[in-house]
Write a protein that binds this ligand. Structure first.
Ligand SMILES: [Zn+2]
Ligand SMILES: [Zn+2]
Length: 68
């Protein structure tokens, strides 16, 4: 299971991931929030431009256990 540090943020909207803004990873290894992935004009990674498909999006769990 993929786990992100709770202080990581979406590189598109720069908001921290929360339980209502959950990150999704794509095959290139980058992760963005659902809303940003859905609003892309083309299904390409906003960072590295690799193409991906909707069915390849994987929900990433934010690891709250590492919060101080
Ligand atoms: Zn976002
Ligand atoms: Zn990427």
């Amino acid at each position: 299971m993929l786990v992100l540090h709770p202080h990581s943020q979406c590189d598109v909207c720069l908001d921290n991931y929360t339980t209502s803004r959950e990150p999704y990873s794509i095959p290139c290894g980058h992760a963005f929030c659902w809303g940003c992935l859905q609003s892309l004009k083309r299904p390409n990674c906003p960072l590295c431009r690799n193409p991906f498909h909707d069915y390849e999006m994987r929900k990433v769990h934010v690891d709250k256990a590492t919060l101080p």
